[in-house]
Design a protein around this ligand. Sequence first.
Ligand code: ADP
Ligand code: ZN
Ligand code: MG
Length: 485
Amino acid sequence: MSDARWEAVIGIEIHAQLLTRTKMFCGCALSFGDDPNVHTCPVCLAHPGALPVTNREAVRLAIVAGHALGCEIAERSVFSRKNYFYPDLPKAYQISQYDEPVCLGGTFRYLTEDGERTVGITRAHLEEDAAKLIHTGGDGRRAGAESSVVDFNRGGTPLLEIVTEPDLRSGAEAAAFLKQLRQTLVQLGVTDGNMEQGSMRADANISVRPAGREAFGTKTELKNMNSFTFLERGITAEIARQIAVLEDGGTITQETLHYEPTPGEITSLRSKEEAHDYRYFPEPDLVPVVPDRAWVEEIRASLPELPIDRRERWMRDLGLTFEDAEVLSETAELAGYFEAVAAVAPPKSAANWVRGELRAQLRERGEEPWESEVTPAALGEIIAMAEAREISMPNAKAVLAEVVATGAAPREVVEAKGLGAISDETELIAIVDRLLAENAAQAQQLRDGRDKVVGFFVGQAMRATQGRADPARVGELVRERALGG
Ligand code: ADP
Ligand code: ZN
Ligand code: MG
């Protein structure tokens, strides 16, 4: 519901699983889908006396993310124990960061069709994931299950929790932000960002306030939405619910909510009164994280161009549209491929070919451009030949199909198959004259002023020449010869 009398206020908390080889505080391998409880050790099973050691690569990835989020990288950050009792947590506390996180105070920039927007980043901190509970004998949720078993493989997985300022104003805005945050973290190798498998999860804090008022309303927290669509729908539904409650004269209770996508229903998980007191205190078994400043700077210097900067550069310098840039920057591989084509062909044509014909032809084979037989140089050559009218557009596509299938050099394909454009004008004129004579009825329609019939003759001419004619030139010739130009 977008209601001019109310304004929604949204802040997001994101948990991203870090792409390390091993767990946050022990040497166990990270895995997804292996047999249960095969990646465990005394540390992540909380055997007495086992001591944690901080994973250096996890710290490095947190710093990479911090730089991309424009955060300050703390000189010193501290791990704390967050105490609670639950079967997925064998120590009965989670090692997390509390009042001294690794990344502080940043800004994330993202693009919309209306231009650049920003979201404040409050903080980002390192922590370990809990183990995975599997509820059996029901629909997979705890409610209604017969029993629950624990898989400790996930226990101790490194997570980066990113907390935003309450700067977002709608479900759509939140989804656009999260999509680009995910893209950025994935392209920097921080996380694989797989939302279905839970390696990236988002909770949304939502409140509404009368338009024009500065003070925030009471917020609710919508948990664990595992796709952009659900995030957008869940937030939109919760905003509508809050507005309805307030317009009814009611008040919002601070609570944690669950969004069930299929009926689009919001249910309460727990209210503020049941909220935990985690009794945080500094983890005595770990030293503070004090990253060497030269290392922090070295990490900053080695960051690749961020997706947003690349998109803005393409739109500014290469004349790409918002949508071109959005599609082509989807993955680092696709972006790199496009740039290589754009280096040897006009960028706008390169964008059209990569987005359109190339992806369409490869989709049938289940291939991606960068792993296909079509090198950027080969595609650039096909585009150049088409633009120079050395081959017609239909034949350019046929040449591409041959390169896709065999990896042959485009020029050799043109020669071997005789696909070169008909450059001899008299040959084209002869064909057009023959077609006008053979199709007297259509030729008459043309003379009667029905210009649409030109298309018919162009089609016939393309067939007669096996696509070697230039359709635009054929159209001109049809008019000239039929109407006497
Ligand atoms: P809590 O103490 O409940 O954890 P925080 O102040 O730490 O709340 O904020 C948690 C998240 O909620 C942040 O992303 C923040 O931007 C967001 N947030 C805080 N207040 C509001 C509000 N009134 N409406 C919407 N989001 C809010
Ligand atoms: Zn372990
Ligand atoms: Mg908080």
